[in-house]
Design a protein around this ligand. Structure first.
Ligand code: NIG
Ligand code: FE
Length: 413
């Protein structure tokens, strides 16, 4: 695949005839200079100096900030359609994992794949998300589970950022599952977590490959005490933390993560009120993952009403991964967050913009349209912002401006 983000046309100039979500009847213009948003407002109040700029006709499009996909496992080898079939025949996620499938199946395939192979397959998947207006994305490791293979995944994530001109935040998820070579050893889990904390994380952080640290805290993965050990190692290196928390059971992970000022707790179907209170105190974002909920045919809904009542910011993400959420549409997650989790449409849109940016620590640069920020915005062929949640299975994107360039769409020429 040949990608030449550098050769995309500049988005500099005056963008006219746009509408903001939920503000019917108002027109807005945006001025982009050197790839940065210089001005936004009603065309009537635009300073005269801007009127001579090259104009990009918006054609009455709806405009939103570039979308942010704040939780993905985008880089991996192989696929796991066989598990889909096993689950159709009645097996649970935990039973599949115990039968040697699950995360470790992807670990085998990821270890076998070269860096170029991983780059190529992940590029293909990334294109799908970018074509829907994603301008920033988190990519986790966690399918290598050994230094060289975790490094390979994180290097691919960095390479994807450069090749596609997209903001990528890398998250080290060495504590995703027990590697096969540690399973069955007397102190396998303890030894592996020691390796994660004392060798893998410091080495990868020193190579500049780690923006945040995550753990799968669950009865089929790592305990609360092991999770805290990883958090301490992250804290010692000054790295922010995130957590796969309370997905299958209430382990108390969210409250622990909040004590370490976590950026986000993700999944949280079984989150308790104590966890919610701790997250509110710490300003931790709740990341909702309806794709995994749907694929696993989960019946335990995340506590949306209680999160809303507490004022905990809610983000929405694909959780793209080959096991529990093989989805490549963030807009479909917006739809499902509304349909399955009963978010309102504005909540779901905030969930893939402003709150998703915060879940990655990117709130100063992404997730809102504001003066002084890199130009990341999407023009939609839609009348009403509610259509962002209403349609599914189509991509109503007209134009994507990413990192100050016209990355996709009708304003390209
Ligand atoms: O976010 N919950 C743990 N990790 C992934 C699933 C990974 C897999 O099954 O490969 C998740 O759902
Ligand atoms: Fe995940």
């Amino acid at each position: 695949m040949t990608i030449s983000f550098d050769s995309y046309p500049s988005a500099d100039g005056l963008w006219t005839d746009l509408r903001l979500p939920f503000q019917p009847g108002t027109s807005v213009a945006i001025v982009v200079e050197h790839g940065i948003v210089r001005w936004i407002g009603s065309p009537d109040s635009m300073p005269k100096d801007f009127s001579g700029l090259p104009t990009h006709e918006g054609g009455d499009a709806l405009v939103t900030p570039g979308l942010v996909d704040c939780h993905t496992h985008l880089v991996y080898g192989g696929q796991r359609a066989n598990e889909f079939a096993m689950r159709l025949a009645g097996a649970s996620y935990e039973e599949v994992a115990k039968a040697g499938g699950g995360i470790v199946a992807s670990v085998r395939a990821t270890r076998e794949a070269s860096e170029d192979e991983l780059f190529s397959s992940a590029s293909h998947r990334l294109q799908s998300l970018l074509s829907e207006g994603v301008c920033a994305i988190e990519i986790k490791s966690g399918y290598g589970l050994a230094l060289e293979h975790e490094r390979k995944q994180l290097r691919v994530a960095r390479r994807l950022a450069r090749a596609h001109g997209v903001t990528v935040r890398t998250t080290f998820l060495g504590a995703h599952a027990l590697p096969p070579e540690y399973a069955g050893r007397p102190h396998g889990s303890r030894d592996y977590i020691d390796l994660v904390c004392n060798e893998m994380l410091p080495a990868l952080a020193a190579e500049g490959l780690v923006d945040a640290v995550d753990v799968f805290c669950e009865r089929i993965a790592f305990s609360l005490a092991e999770t805290e050990q990883v958090f301490k190692a992250a804290q010692a290196l000054g790295l922010p933390i995130k957590l796969h928390a309370e997905q299958l059971s209430d382990m108390g992970g969210a409250a622990l993560a909040a004590r370490y000022d976590a950026l986000s707790c993700d999944h949280i179907e079984h989150l308790s009120q104590a966890g919610i209170d701790a997250m509110r105190e710490a300003g931790t974002v709740a990341v909702l993952l309806p794709g995994a909920f749907y694929t696993l045919r989960d019946t335990q809904l995340p506590p949306i009403a209680a999160l809303r009542a507490a004022g905990v910011p809610m983000a929405v993400s694909t959780d793209h991964n080959p096991g529990t959420s093989p989805v490549l549409s963030l807009l479909l997650m917006v739809n499902m967050a509304c349909t399955l989790f009963r978010l309102t449409v504005p909540e779901a849109i905030d969930g893939v913009t402003v709150h998703a940016a915060r879940a990655l620590g990117l709130q100063e640069t992404h997730g809102t349209l504001a003066v002084g920020r890199p130009a990341n915005f999407v023009l939609w062929d839609l009348q009403d912002a509610a259509e962002l949640a209403y349609w599914f299975g189509q991509r109503p994107v007209r134009t994507v401006v990413r990192q100050g360039k016209i990355a996709l769409g009708s304003n390209r020429t």
